[in-house]
Design a protein around this ligand. Sequence first.
Ligand SMILES: [Zn+2]
Length: 119
Amino acid sequence: MKDQSDKQEIKDFKVLAQFTAVYCRAHHQGAKRPLQPSEVDVEGLNLEPHSLCEKCREFLAYAIERRQRCPLDPKPSCKHCEIHCYRPGHREQVREIMRFSGSRLMLRGRLDLLWHYFS
Ligand SMILES: [Zn+2]
């Protein structure tokens, strides 16, 4: 069961990375590079295809770290969670990136699911 959810999690991280990269490409200039495996402690997660600026790397690393550290299993929607571990503004950032990149990538079907995981 745990294996299953780990795989799902990696998929979700990749989609979030893709979304963030699409958003970053359209909004941010400057030097970009993908997050390295040493920066996100998730086995089997390769973010090499997704180049990000420094801010977006930080955002993505933070989102992944929070998601991984969630002590609740299954994870509830953060809105209904009593821990509220996200820093202020993070949910808004997730929402903005998903709205922008979701409409670009035509991945609407996945959005509700991802929103549940990352907000
Ligand atoms: Zn960026």
